[in-house]
Design a protein around this ligand. Structure first.
Ligand code: SF4
Ligand code: SF4
Length: 184
């Protein structure tokens, strides 16, 4: 049959030489290449003992921010859930009661707020959509689990603790730059 291209070559089977038959030169050649790489700078790191430095605007695990007085900023408007391309966010809204002003900043708040981290693609669109600067992605890496249920992150894992405030100023700066770029 006529070939489609003229790239084919006829292969002739020639007898192996003595050196080829003892395989030693080929083995030594292979070992030489391996040894050469032992002294080269490694491209990999010994995770988890060693970590590569991440960008200040790395998109890792989310945080639900509190305001300066410690009240939750999220008002359960749902814009983050609508913006999420992976449909990873669900929430239940509730009305703030009298005397809860120190807990929730607005009259409405999320009594349940969950992110399914197995669905999340860490795109950061929830952060960009939020009008209250309530949700941000942090530099923290997502841990791995054996149970799928452990990947559902509720408010207990998302709302920041007052003893361990998370600095998101770099992300806020980067969002301003992104918005300026999009507006132009
Ligand atoms: S980072 Fe992206 S995928 Fe993950 S919850 Fe936010 S919008 Fe959804
Ligand atoms: S995190 Fe922001 S966008 Fe999402 S429900 Fe709360 S206030 Fe709305």
């Amino acid at each position: 049959m006529k070939p489609f291209t003229n790239r084919s070559k006829a292969v002739t089977k020639t007898a192996m030489t003595f050196m080829e038959r003892i395989y030693l030169p080929a083995i030594l050649g292979g070992m030489f290449i391996t040894f050469k790489h032992i002294f080269k700078k490694k491209a990999t790191v010994r995770w988890p003992d060693e970590e590569r430095p991440r960008s200040e605007v790395y998109r890792g695990k989310h945080v639900l921010k509190r305001d300066d007085k410690g009240a939750e900023r999220c008002t359960a408007c749902g814009l983050c859930a609508v913006a999420c391309p992976a449909e990873a966010i669900t929430m239940v809204s509730a009305e703030r009661n009298k005397g809860e002003e120190n807990l929730y900043r607005e009259e409405k708040y999320a009594s349940v707020y969950e992110i399914n981290m197995l669905r999340c693609i860490f795109c950061g669109l929830c952060e960009e959509a939020c009008p209250k600067e309530a949700i941000f992605l942090t530099q923290e890496l997502m841990p791995s689990f054996y149970d799928r249920q452990d990947f559902i992150y509720g408010k207990d894992k998302l709302v920041e603790s007052m003893d361990n405030r998370i600095d998101v100023s770099k992300r806020q700066e980067s969002n301003v730059v992104t918005h300026k770029y999009n507006d132009n």
